[in-house]
Design a protein around this ligand. Sequence first.
Ligand SMILES: Cc1cc2nc3c(=O)[nH]c(=O)nc-3n(C[C@H](O)[C@H](O)[C@H](O)COP(=O)(O)OP(=O)(O)OC[C@H]3O[C@@H](n4cnc5c(N)ncnc54)[C@H](O)[C@@H]3O)c2cc1C
Ligand SMILES: NC(=O)c1ccc[n+]([C@@H]2O[C@H](COP(=O)([O-])OP(=O)(O)OC[C@H]3O[C@@H](n4cnc5c(N)ncnc54)[C@H](OP(=O)(O)O)[C@@H]3O)[C@@H](O)[C@H]2O)c1
Length: 288
Amino acid sequence: MTEMIPVPNSQNNSNPAIKVVPALPDAQTVTQVKHYTDRLFSFRCTRPASMRFRSGEFVMIGLMGDPHPETSKVKPLLRAYSIASPNWDEELEFYSIKVQDGPLTSRLQHIEVGQEIILRPKPVGTLVHDALLPGKRLWLFATGTGFAPFASLLREPQTYEDYEEIIITHTCREIGELTYGHDLIKGLEMDELLNEVIGDGFWKKIKYYPTTTREPSQIIGRITDLLRSGQAFTDLGVPVLSPESDRAMICGNMAFNLELKAMLEGYGLVEGANSNPQHYVVEKAFLD
Ligand SMILES: Cc1cc2nc3c(=O)[nH]c(=O)nc-3n(C[C@H](O)[C@H](O)[C@H](O)COP(=O)(O)OP(=O)(O)OC[C@H]3O[C@@H](n4cnc5c(N)ncnc54)[C@H](O)[C@@H]3O)c2cc1C
Ligand SMILES: NC(=O)c1ccc[n+]([C@@H]2O[C@H](COP(=O)([O-])OP(=O)(O)OC[C@H]3O[C@@H](n4cnc5c(N)ncnc54)[C@H](OP(=O)(O)O)[C@@H]3O)[C@@H](O)[C@H]2O)c1
């Protein structure tokens, strides 16, 4: 596991001995890297001083591609990434897959503190509070790296102002793939700043429901099946979702998104958007 070594950022570099010179267009400097499994890692980088975003949105990030074999020109290789940090954080955090033959992540997985990534500071996305009507309970449904936008929203004060209860479900194949989310949620208990800003014990509003499908753990199975059987509601001690009280955000693979979307519609929830707030919103965790 890579040690987390903070370095000064390029906008706020108090140590003159460390010079960070941006060499890429829209360059940001990596300040921390942490590896969880051979397929998952997270990293933090500097944030452009003028960049504003709503917790839950995504941006395009990447590296310069290989030179074109004939022209030798290099172009940026960019991919969509949910911002995992909340909008008040002075840095940006990302939670990433490592696809061994993936054009971007085959290289991005080797990024180190002090190196640069490209970040286009134009955040967009549907997993935002603005796209939901007021409600009592917020469900955040994730598979795999679909946890990333929820890592942002779980550290966003508005989440706790708007809802009495927040249920976060995370389905992965194996236990190791839950570590980033587990550690983040446990860390909220100790987060002095958030406890002061949002209110002491704000994290007690969270009900965390991690499940695995290919390795035994405390809760085994896909969240869709656990909802269908009723086990998830029993375990969580909450009633079946209803449009009167429940709001939901979905972020996972395409099959998961479609299946859960149909289930939520079955409970009577209606899909919302930035321009038309409703009961639930969906975003892909990756294209397939
Ligand atoms: C709106 C949006 C937000 C996204 N946010 C994130 C994020 O926060 N973190 C992240 O790691 N990825 C995220 N992605 C996916 C990301 O854009 C890239 O696909 C990913 O970084 C892999 O890039 P690549 O060039 O290495 O491989 P690609 O050519 O992009 O993908 C190769 C294959 O790898 C698989 N794959 C790609 N991404 C994932 C993933 N995240 N989990 C599991 N399998 C995957 C798919 O089967 C895909 O066909 C997001 C995608 C979208 C559309
Ligand atoms: N995770 C790994 O260890 C691993 C290793 C090598 C390669 N890969 C490849 O990488 C890609 C992405 O793998 P991933 O594990 O990150 O993501 P994934 O295949 O999207 O699976 C993530 C979780 O979502 C569950 N899921 C899938 N479809 C669902 C649905 N319709 N409803 C509810 N839950 C659903 C999976 O359960 P199920 O297990 O029941 O499908 C799994 O627990 C895949 O192409 C995979 O073959 C993954």
